[in-house]
Design a protein around this ligand. Structure first.
Ligand code: SF4
Length: 369
């Protein structure tokens, strides 16, 4: 530990003489992937691409980016869209709050900033929904402002190059990585430098088994020279995920199904789901049918249950949701007691955006039975 701290102090107190930026940008020019957001200096398109790519792999994000830009080619069209239109294009990408904030930020830019996306980090970061990372991406790539950008890939590259002993997500790791990122940034080509750092992490200095023996930086990389690559960056201690138990009630009438738009601070905001009875632990189907909540919704015992599906597990970043569907006999339905729900026609063109487990259920299960 001593030696690592010493090395870090060495780098922070001395001028950086190694030309990391030159080496990494040269690597980038020969190895980068051709991607649509790399062909543009349009701040809106760079912004959309960065939001889509946060926590999403490029292969998965590419189609979403193309569809999104086709539907909303500029900040104006995005601001005018309805939440449902935005969520439909985001469906399946996860992290739905990103879409909500992107949409709200576009509306803010139209309303308060005359439709112009600000051209400086300082102004960008003031917009709700644009965080440090996104502001740095827009400012450096679209406007060539010399601000470093630190995403997960860049964090890993720096932690390995400088053999940093700080756990991912801690204030110390953020501070030291930020200082180093600033020092190695090429102020004359910040956009190119930042994209090169991200791509180097994504393609070469990868999470598992990086190809150190064929790395352009193997003679400078402190974790490689200390035979310590497998310990860098220092992983976060595992946090136990919350377990939740959703019992969905599939209430149908003809082609329509009872759904509500989710709201509040919980998961899947603005997506549609079915009436749900959430329990603190896994309950027997008989226990759910006999519950007060069931009686409340159906004013009594409710329609007969046609089928109860097995329990499916859906894993999110902080929660594991155990989901079961109670498919009710449609012809026996006489009323459902709750103002939040409405009949949604699933055969129409404007199908609502739904969370992945509901989508899977609807496409593989519900109406075939
Ligand atoms: S030597 Fe290995 S750990 Fe160091 S930068 Fe290269 S690929 Fe990453």
């Amino acid at each position: 530990m001593q030696i690592f701290i010493y090395l870090e102090q060495f780098f922070l107190n001395q001028p950086v003489t190694m030309n990391f930026s030159g080496e990494i940008t040269a690597w980038y020019i020969s190895n980068k992937r051709e991607l649509p957001w790399r062909e543009t200096a349009d701040p809106y398109k760079i912004w959309v691409s960065e939001i889509i790519l946060q926590q999403t792999r490029v292969v998965q994000g590419l189609g979403y980016y193309e569809r999104f830009i086709k539907a909303f080619p500029d900040v104006h069209s995005l601001a005018r869209a309805t939440t449902d239109q935005v969520m439909r294009l985001w469906q399946g990408l996860g992290y739905y709050s990103r879409a909500v904030y992107l949409h709200e930020a576009a509306q803010h830019i139209m309303k308060e900033l005359g439709g112009e996306i600000p051209d400086s980090y300082r102004e960008l970061i003031r917009i709700r929904g644009i965080g440090e990372y996104t502001a740095a991406a827009i400012a450096s790539i679209a406007f060539q402002e010399p601000v470093p950008l630190i995403d997960g890939n860049v964090f890993r590259v720096i932690a390995r190059l400088f053999n940093l002993p700080y756990e991912i997500g801690t204030a110390k790791a953020k501070k030291v990585t930020g200082e180093i990122a600033e020092r190695i940034l090429d102020p004359k080509r910040p956009g190119l430098h930042n994209q090169a750092m991200m791509e180097f992490g994504a393609l070469h200095c990868v999470i598992k088994n990086p190809d150190c023996n064929n790395c352009i930086l193997r003679n400078e990389c402190l974790s490689f020279l200390n035979n310590n690559v497998k310990n860098r960056p220092v992983k976060k201690k595992r946090v136990k995920k919350a377990q939740r138990y959703f019992n969905y009630l599939v209430v149908r009438s003809g082609n329509s199904i009872l759904m509500r738009k989710r709201n509040g601070k919980d998961i899947w905001k603005y997506l549609y789901d079915f009436p749900v009875i959430e329990t603190p632990a896994l309950e027997d189907p008989a226990g759910i049918i006999a519950s007060e909540e069931w009686k409340y919704h159906f004013k009594d015992t409710g329609p007969p249950v046609q089928e109860v599906t097995p329990v499916f597990k859906h894993v999110l970043s902080h929660q594991i949701i155990h989901i079961r569907f109670f498919i009710l006999q449609p012809e026996h339905f006489s009323g459902f007691h709750s103002k939040d729900y409405k009949w949604v026609n699933l055969s129409g063109r404007n199908k609502p955006a739904v969370p992945k487990p509901i989508h899977n259920f609807l496409s593989s299960y519900a109406f075939k039975h």
